[in-house]
Design a protein around this ligand. Structure first.
Ligand SMILES: Nc1ncnc2c1ncn2[C@@H]1O[C@H](COP(=O)(O)OP(=O)(O)OP(=O)(O)O)[C@@H](O)[C@H]1O
Ligand SMILES: [Mg+2]
Length: 259
């Protein structure tokens, strides 16, 4: 049969000078086997890649679970720290110690609030700034609504920007201290805004009605812990802190420039 085929091929062959490639039956068989081998190799490679993908998905799921667990533990631990500070304050019987520990406890609550917010975004690496600031300020307003004597309103304005979650944590602490001061030293409206900055990057500002800062106020020279916290987080995001007057040349405005 192969001989007949070879003869047929021979009798139907164009002259060698025609530059045509001739295939014998043996060549065809070799080609078929090579195809078979390639197909088997490809199937094995596909199975290997599928197994790798499954492993990767399992790993991501495990890491996600571990992250959720550790965040949950962190929130629980912060609750414990807050309770311990309150307990220690009550036990001291000293009014100054009680009030200092109450301030410390409220800062622990801030850490918890920021992490709870970030936790609610389900571990996203980037956060939508407007939603985040809205959420933080709503938390604040809820806290201050409990204090019926407070008449301050916090509003959030500005653009929506996608910021790294790590920057969001620093901004959360900065906004927390600046709003706390705006509530403490200002009165009326408190405005939080995030705008693009003309020199590139963003400008986050917290302004309030009420008394202006003292002439020549220098955050670095301030004895308060609030300014120290603000400055350390501004440094962390390679930002710049500016102070000035609020809207219409009234009240106070703190601005943080960052990339
Ligand atoms: N929004 C503001 N309006 C007017 N004055 C302000 C405002 N924010 C800060 N200040 C002034 O700056 C000072 C330093 O603020 P900082 O937050 O560092 O300290 P504090 O609020 O006095 O104490 P702490 O924050 O440690 O509880 C304040 O004591 C206040 O005189
Ligand atoms: Mg303060």
């Amino acid at each position: 049969m192969i001989e007949n085929l070879a003869k047929w091929v021979g009798s139907h062959s164009p002259a060698a000078s025609d530059n045509v490639i001739l295939w014998s039956a043996a060549d065809c068989e070799r080609e078929r086997k090579e195809h078979e081998r390639t197909e088997i190799r490809q199937r094995e490679e596909l199975a290997r890649l599928r197994a790798l993908l499954r492993q990767k998905e399992d790993l991501i799921e495990q890491q996600d679970l571990a992250r959720k667990e550790s965040e949950h533990r962190l929130l629980n631990d912060l609750q414990v720290v807050k309770s311990l500070l309150a307990l220690q304050g009550r036990a001291s019987g000293n009014a100054v110690v009680v009030s200092q520990l109450a301030v410390a406890a409220s800062r622990v609550v801030t850490i918890e609030r920021i992490h709870r917010r970030l936790h609610s975004y389900d571990g996203a690496q980037r956060i939508a700034s407007k939603r985040y600031l809205d959420d933080l300020c709503r938390d604040f307003s809820t806290l201050f609504c409990e204090d019926q004597t407070r008449q301050q309103v916090i509003s959030v304005e500005g653009i929506e920007a996608e910021l790294p979650a790590v920057t969001g944590i620093s901004l959360g602490f900065i906004v927390n201290e600046l709003i706390t001061n705006a509530i403490k030293y200002g009165n009326g409206r408190i405005m939080v805004s995030l705008e693009p900055h003309t020199g590139g990057g963003y400008a986050l500002s917290v302004s309030n009605d009420g008394q202006a800062l003292q002439e020549g106020f220098e955050p670095a020279a301030s004895k308060g812990l609030g300014m120290k916290i603000v400055r350390s987080f501004v440094e962390k995001i390679d930002g710049e802190l500016r102070v000035g007057l609020g809207d219409n040349g009234q009240g106070t405005r703190f601005t943080v420039l960052f990339q």
